[in-house]
Design a protein around this ligand. Structure first.
Ligand code: AMP
Length: 393
């Protein structure tokens, strides 16, 4: 039995076909450049790569090509459901939802909160409903896991009317990943999740930390948008809210230009002037590049402060979990972060830390210190499981 996982962006769709029970992956792939010349669907099927050209590159064509491939593989009849990754569920969704016309309207209504993402998610869902008419479709939200945050954590100290009238509050993102790695950490530690206080650090191109108490999110570093919090690949994370006005006047920029720069030209890329890619920064810092060194230092410093702030939200921390491309692979970032967290009794086991790369999870803390773990995130599997759970399978 397979579940098709779709992550629809404005010009791309990530696809995966997997089995929610055991996590087996039948195929995975990416349709890119939708709506323009050269649109194509690239699929990995059991280690073999296939590239299918897409005519005008619509979602409909991408899904038709996918269906053709499912037929060719004899898998179509065994696909039982479609799970969609949806970025913003606002306050309307604290759990995944079976997609009905009303649910689709509610997702549309959250578009003001995620103007780049939700409209693309909705368009993808509509096209998928047309392409796979017999299959139940489920929306799994990036924000839903964080709907358990208490009001003290989710409210900004801004005029109350902004919240009441415009839904200005902290929502948090990466919820699927934080929820998944907290579960995996509990399994690795052989402890019930309900008894654990865990700080999860999802460190990829986007980065966020989350305070998970008994499996529920009680705080996280991202807020109204995914720009708040930690330093990321190209996103600034926290800045003084006065910065927008100041730099707009000084540099003669529009609000849109400032927002775009904070999202796309800041973070590791902006500080280093080299790259948003942590591997390149580590290599450049190794060659003595001062900007790359500074970017790495600021990244780690802010990450350690972020972890400590989640510890304050939890009161007691049983474990710190690293995940995402950086969290799963960067030995130096993990070591430097733990070195800065003496206040939490953190301490690294260098040999164990060095072993936890390229998909090898494990405990990386020294004995008697705060438990620190590396866990591989798997958002597709979590979406497949949530889809199955929502359908009562
Ligand atoms: P993600 O968005 O989860 O795919 O993570 C992307 C980030 O992970 C980029 O900054 C990559 O440079 C980083 N990354 C991936 N592999 C490694 C590695 N082996 N060592 C350090 N960073 C890595």
């Amino acid at each position: 039995m397979w579940t098709l996982i779709l992550n629809c962006g404005s010009s791309s769709v990530k696809v995966a076909l997997l089995s929610p029970g055991d996590g087996r992956v039948a195929l995975s792939g990416l349709a890119e450049r939708l709506g323009s010349e050269g649109a194509a669907l690239r699929l990995d099927v059991q280690g073999e790569r296939r590239v299918l050209a897409l005519g005008t590159g619509s979602y409909a064509e991408a899904f038709a090509a996918l269906l053709g491939e499912l037929d060719a593989l004899g898998l179509r009849a065994d696909v039982r459901a479609v799970g969609h990754r949806v970025v913003h569920g606002g306050e309307a969704f604290s759990a995944p939802a079976l997609i009905t016309p009303e649910v689709l309207d509610a997702i549309r209504a959250c578009s003001a909160l995620a103007p780049l993402h939700n409209p693309a998610n909705v368009a993808g869902i509509e096209a998928a409903r047309a392409a796979f008419p017999g299959l139940p479709q489920v929306a799994v939200f990036d924000t839903a896991f964080h709907q358990t945050m208490p009001e003290v954590a989710y409210r900004y100290a801004v005029p109350d009317a902004w919240y009441r009238q415009h839904a200005v509050r902290r929502y948090g993102f990466h919820g699927t990943s934080h929820a998944y790695v907290a579960q995996e950490a509990a399994a690795m530690l052989e402890r019930p999740l309900a008894e654990l206080n865990v700080v999860t650090a999802h460190l990829g191109n986007g980065c966020s930390v989350c305070a998970v108490q008994g499996g529920r999110s009680v705080d996280t570093s991202m807020g109204l948008t995914p720009l708040e919090g930690l330093v990321m690949g190209t996103r600034s994370g926290d800045v003084d809210p006065g910065l927008h006005d100041f730099i707009a006047r000084q540099a003669g920029l529009s609000l849109d230009q400032v927002t775009a720069a904070l999202n796309r030209e800041s973070g590791l890329a902006g500080l280093s002037g080299v790259s948003n890619d942590l591997r390149e920064l580590e290599a450049a810092a190794g060659r003595g590049h001062a900007g790359a060194r500074l970017a790495l230092d600021v990244f780690v410093y802010r990450l350690a402060k972020g972890v400590a702030s989640m510890a304050a939200a939890l009161g007691r921390v049983d474990a710190l979990v690293f995940t995402g491309g950086i969290g799963e692979n960067s030995v130096p970032v993990r070591a430097a972060t733990l070195a800065r967290l003496g206040v939490l009794n953190a301490g690294v086991d260098d040999a164990a830390n060095a072993r936890a790369v390229r998909g090898t999870p494990g405990v990386i803390s020294a004995p008697g210190r705060l438990l620190a773990l590396v866990v591989n995130t798997n958002e597709e599997l979590m979406i497949a499981r949530e889809t199955a759970r929502t359908l009562g399978a």
